[in-house]
Design a protein. Structure first.
Length: 222
């Protein structure tokens, strides 16, 4: 197995955004007299927007004002970004620069919609480093289906089995494994189950540790 490319999830992997997204969602829910628990939010990690919406209707009932919530969430999220800023995960800028310097193909595979993904990557200064970004609205089947990772591999011209995938969520990791990629899990807000831990190739507690391992794996397969 010659590993020669890296495909990253975005939220929680490239960008330290999950706490901000969770806080905005919880605040928006409070405004309409609903409560989003940390446990419920964790169940949404990595899901594409249509599946998130289904989960909300199942959790809160079919009278849940989805459009109103979505509007409030966007406002709260933008407010949080303006107030707190948005940062890359530790170790990510250095890792991306090293990969680019080595000529390693890289891509993003995120469930986030294209416009939101571009805005988030631009806000953290990462957009110029990531020419290939496959988003949730570009595939028919979102994570945990492998489609988004397969499309990302296709766009960088590397076979899936030659790609390292970096994920923080269960659904994302399952999608990468289903795509046949060497999957590194770096948990962010939720620790993996024993089943998931046995499914992925390796688990790391931080992005700097994962970054060093990625460079080692690629160096072993020049």
């Amino acid at each position: 197995m010659a590993l020669s490319a890296v495909i990253f999830d975005m939220d929680g992997v490239l960008i330290d955004s999950e706490p901000i997204i969770r806080g905005a969602a919880q605040l928006a829910a409070m405004e309409i007299d609903r409560t989003i628990t940390d446990h419920f939010y964790a169940s949404l990690l990595g899901l594409p927007s249509p599946q998130v919406e289904v989960a909300f209707m199942r959790e809160f009932g079919h009278d849940f004002p989805l459009a109103d919530f979505r509007h409030r969430f966007e406002r709260c999220y933008r407010s949080e970004i303006d107030h707190r800023g948005l940062a890359a995960k530790p170790g990510i800028p250095m890792l991306l620069d090293e990969l680019l310097a080595r000529g390693i193909p890289i891509a993003v595979a995120t469930s986030t919609r294209a416009n939101n993904a571009a805005s988030a990557l631009a806000a953290t200064g990462l957009l110029a480093r990531l020419a290939v970004c496959v988003t949730g609205d570009q595939v028919q089947n979102g994570k945990p289906a492998p489609d988004i990772f397969l499309l990302a591999a296709s766009r960088i011209g590397v076979a899936p089995q030659n790609c390292i995938a970096v994920e923080d969520s269960e659904v994302g990791a399952r999608a990468a494994v289903a795509a046949g990629m060497y999957t590194l899990l770096v948990p962010d807000l939720k620790q993996p189950s024993e089943e998931l831990a046995n499914l992925v190739a390796e688990i790391y507690s931080s992005m700097p540790l994962a970054a060093r391992r990625i460079l080692t794996l690629l160096a072993a397969n020049p």
